[in-house]
Design a protein around this ligand. Structure first.
Ligand SMILES: Cc1cc2nc3c(=O)[nH]c(=O)nc-3n(C[C@H](O)[C@H](O)[C@H](O)COP(=O)(O)OP(=O)(O)OC[C@H]3O[C@@H](n4cnc5c(N)ncnc54)[C@H](O)[C@@H]3O)c2cc1C
Ligand SMILES: *[C@@H]1O[C@H](CO)[C@@H](O)[C@H](O)[C@H]1NC(C)=O
Ligand SMILES: *[C@@H]1O[C@H](CO)[C@@H](O)[C@H](O)[C@H]1NC(C)=O
Ligand SMILES: *[C@@H]1O[C@H](CO)[C@@H](O)[C@H](O)[C@H]1NC(C)=O
Ligand SMILES: *[C@@H]1O[C@H](CO)[C@@H](O)[C@H](O)[C@H]1NC(C)=O
Ligand SMILES: *[C@@H]1O[C@H](CO)[C@@H](O)[C@H](O)[C@H]1NC(C)=O
Length: 530
C-alpha cells in the first residue's frame, strides 16, 4: 500500500532517470529499461504504473470476474504489456532480481483471479499483445501464441479449411496461455481428448529468462506445462498444436425439457448412455432455473448436442440410442465446424464468423463463483429430483454436465497432469453468475454456491473429491486448521486437481524452479515447502 502511494507521486519518466532508485518497483523499471530495446516501442507503452491514466483500462481489459474488481481488491504495482519474447524475458529477470512476484495473464478468465490479483505485492505480466497464429496447412499443425484467444484460433482455422478443427473450450474469449496449460476441454473431447492431448511443442521463458522449446526443456517440463498450469513453471510464449480432421458438415441441436416434460427420466437415461455413444456425438446437459408459466421457479434442462456428421446420420443414431429425447429434423442445424463454435457460445445461427474476433471490452460487469465435481456412478432419480429442488432455493446457479468416455477413456491417467480419465461419467460445472452490486450480494451468492457443493457430496467422487484444475476454486484448501503447513494445504488442492500426478509435478517444480519464483495462491510447491 505504501508502495503505491509513493508511486502515485512519481511518473515513469522519473523512474527511468532516477539513478539511485529506492523501491523495488523503481529498480524493476530501471532494470527493465536496460534490457528493453527502444527500437521496439517506448517503455511507457509497455509498463503501466497506477499513476498512468490508462492503468485501470489495461487492468480491467482482461478481468472477467467483477468479484475481483472491487475497490478493496489489491492492485498490482505495475502492469507489463509485453510486446515480444524479449519483454517477457526482461520481466522475468528484473522481477526475480528485485524479488517481486509476477502474475501471468493471457485471457484473464481465471475463476479466482489468480492471473491479476494477489495479497502480496506483484506485477502483472500481460500477454494479450503476443497473439500471433501461424498455420502450416500442409503439415496440419499451427504455432499459437499465448495471448491469442480461442476465437482467433477457431477463426484462423476456419479460414484455412472446413476440414480442420481443434479440441478446446466453448467460451471463445479464453486465452490460449491459461486455457491450454490447464488442460482445455470442449465438445470435441470425446473424439479427440483435451487440448493438451493435441499439443506437440511449446516455447517457454524459464526462471533464468531463457527461451526453451520442447527439446530444450525436456519431456518432464513439457509434461508439466501441458495440464499442470503454466504459471508454476514459467511463462508460456506459444504452443504448437496438431489440427484434427473434422467433416465439412457438423450437426448441432439444443433441445430443452422441464421436469413435467419428463426431464428426470431423460437425465437418468443420459447418464447411462452419454459416455457410450459414438465418439462423434457429444451431448451436454445444462439445467437452469427459469420462471415458469405460473410465475414459480422451475428447472429447465437443455440437451445441447454436436455430431461430427450430417443430420441424416445423426437422427437414426439418436433414435436407436436415445429415442426418448424425441429429436426431430427441425431441431438440427448443419454447418461447418467453425460456425458451430458460435452456436455453442449462444450466438444466433448465421452470425458472421468475425464475431469470433470480438475484442474483449471492459466486460467484467458480472460477478461469478464457479466450482466443479466428477461423477462416477449414475445419480438415482430421487437424487436428481433433490438436486433440482436445491437448485430452485437459489436463482442464479446453473450447471453444465459434460459427458466423458470415448477418447477420454483411452488416454492413461498419467499421460498428462490432468488425471480424470477412464471411469468418469461426467464433469459437473456449477456456475453462479449474478449482476447485482447490492451490499452482501457477493457473500449471499458465494454462500449458496458453497451450500450447493456441500449438498452434492453423496453423488460425486470422493477420496479425493476430484476437481478440474481449470475451474480453480479458492475454497479448496481454505479454512484448514492453523497447524496445517503450506505443503499440507497444497496437497489438498494438488490431490483434487492432479491425484497421483501431484508428486511428479512437485518433483519437476523443485528441479526447474527451486526458489519458487513462479508461484501463485494455488501453484505447485517445491519440496522445500514441506
Ligand atoms: C466464461 C468461461 C468459460 C470457460 N469455459 C471453459 C471451457 O469450455 N473449457 C475449459 O477447459 N475451461 C473453460 N474455462 C476455464 C478456463 O480454461 C480457465 O479459466 C483458463 O485458465 C483461462 O485461461 P486464460 O488465459 O483466459 O486465463 P488467465 O486468467 O489469464 O490465466 C489463468 C491461469 O493461467 C496462468 N497463465 C495465463 N497465461 C499464461 C502463460 N502465458 N504462461 C504461464 N501461465 C499462464 C495464469 O497465471 C493463471 O494462473 C472457462 C472459464 C470462463 C471464465
Ligand atoms: C501512460 O502510458 C502511455 C502509453 O499508453 C504513455 O504515453 C504515457 O507517457 C504514460 N504516462 C505516464 C505518466 O507514464
Ligand atoms: C450438410 O448436410 C445437410 C443435411 O444434413 C445437407 O443438406 C447439405 O448439403 C450438407 N452440406 C455439405 C456442404 O455437405
Ligand atoms: C458459416 O459462416 C460463413 C461465413 O460467415 C457463412 O457464409 C455461412 O452462411 C455460415 N453457415 C451457417 C450455416 O451458419
Ligand atoms: C454466509 O455464511 C456464513 C458462514 O456460514 C454466515 O456466517 C453468513 O451469515 C452468511 N452470509 C449471508 C449473507 O448469508
Ligand atoms: C493439528 O491440530 C489438531 C488438533 O487441533 C491435531 O488433531 C492434528 O493432529 C494437528 N495436525 C498436525 C499436522 O500437527
Amino acid at each position: 500500500m505504501e508502495l503505491s502511494l509513493v508511486l502515485t507521486t512519481l511518473t515513469i519518466v522519473t523512474f527511468i532517470s532516477t539513478v539511485t532508485s529506492q523501491s523495488p518497483i523503481q529498480n524493476f523499471v530501471s532494470c527493465f529499461s536496460k534490457f528493453h530495446e527502444p527500437s521496439h516501442s517506448p517503455i511507457t507503452e509497455v509498463i503501466y504504473t497506477p499513476n498512468n491514466k490508462t492503468f485501470s483500462t489495461i487492468l480491467n481489459k482482461h478481468l472477467q470476474n467483477k468479484r475481483f474488481k472491487l475497490d478493496s481488491t489489491p492492485k498490482p504495482l505495475a502492469i507489463v504489456t509485453a510486446k515480444s519474447a524479449f519483454d517477457v524475458q526482461a520481466t522475468v529477470k528484473c522481477a526475480k532480481s528485485n524479488n517481486i512476484q509476477i502474475r501471468i495473464r493471457s485471457g484473464g478468465h481465471d475463476y479466482e483471479g489468480y492471473s491479476y490479483v494477489s495479497d502480496v505485492p506483484f506485477i502483472i505480466l500481460d500477454m494479450f499483445l503476443i497473439n500471433g497464429i501461424n498455420i502450416d496447412k500442409h503439415n496440419k499443425v499451427a504455432w499459437v501464441e499465448s495471448g491469442a484467444t480461442l476465437g482467433k484460433l477457431y477463426y484462423t482455422i476456419g479460414k484455412t479449411s472446413n476440414f480442420f478443427g481443434f479440441p478446446a473450450g466453448v467460451c471463445f474469449s479464453l486465452g490460449i496461455g491459461g486455457h491450454f496449460s490447464g488442460g482445455g476441454y470442449g465438445n470435441l473431447m470425446r473424439k479427440f481428448g483435451l487440448s493438451v492431448d493435441n499439443i506437440v511443442d511449446a516455447k517457454i521463458v524459464d526462471v533464468n529468462g531463457n527461451i526453451l522449446d520442447r527439446k530444450a526443456m525436456g519431456e518432464d517440463l513439457f509434461w508439466a506445462i501441458t495440464g499442470g498450469g503454466g504459471a508454476s513453471f514459467g511463462v508460456i510464449l506459444s504452443w504448437k498444436i496438431k489440427l484434427v480432421y473434422i467433416p465439412s458438415n457438423v450437426t448441432v441441436f439444443d433441445v430443452s425439457k422441464t421436469l413435467e416434460e419428463g426431464a428426470i427420466d431423460l437425465i437418468y437415461k443420459w447418464q447411462l448412455i452419454a459416455t457410450k455413444l459414438p465418439n462423434e456425438l457429444f451431448i451436454r446437459l445444462q439445467p437452469i432455473v427459469k420462471i415458469g408459466k405460473d410465475g414459480k421457479k422451475v428447472v429447465q434442462v437443455h440437451f445441447i448436442g454436436q455430431f461430427l456428421g450430417t443430420t441424416e446420420k445423426l437422427l437414426p443414431l439418436i433414435n436407436e440410442k436415445f429415442h426418448e429425447l424425441g429429436l426431430k429434423t427441425s431441431d438440427c442445424h448443419h454447418m461447418p465446424w467453425v460456425n458451430s463454435t458460435l452456436f455453442w457460445y449462444g450466438k444466433p445461427i448465421g452470425t458472421p464468423l468475425e464475431a469470433l474476433l470480438d475484442e474483449p471490452k471492459d466486460t467484467s460487469t458480472i460477478y461469478f463463483k464457479s466450482q466443479s465435481d466428477y461423477v462416477k456412478k449414475p445419480i438415482p432419480k430421487e437424487g436428481i429430483k433433490a438436486i433440482f429442488e436445491k437448485m430452485i432455493e437459489g436463482d442464479t446457479l446453473f450447471m453444465q454436465w459434460n459427458p466423458y468416455g470415448g477418447r477420454m477413456d483411452e488416454i492413461s491417467a498419467s499421460a498428462k497432469p490432468f488425471p480424470h480419465r477412464k471411469g468418469n461419467l461426467f464433469l459437473i460445472q456449477y456456475l453462479n453468475y449474478w449482476p447485482e452490486d447490492t451490499p452482501g450480494a457477493i457473500e449471499r451468492h458465494v454462500n449458496f454456491s458453497r451450500s450447493f457443493l456441500q449438498f452434492m457430496t453423496p453423488y460425486v467422487s470422493h477420496s479425493p473429491r476430484e476437481a478440474f484444475f481449470n475451474y480453480r476454486d479458492a475454497d479448496i484448501g481454505a479454512n484448514l486448521p492453523s497447524n496445517v503447513t503450506k505443503m499440507g494445504i497444497s496437497k489438498v488442492y494438488g490431490t483434487k486437481y492432479f491425484k497421483d500426478n501431484f508428486n511428479r509435478l512437485v518433483n519437476i517444480k523443485t528441479k526447474v524452479d527451486p526458489h519458487n519464483f513462479f508461484r501463485y495462491e494455488q501453484s505447485i510447491p517445491t519440496l522445500s515447502a514441506l
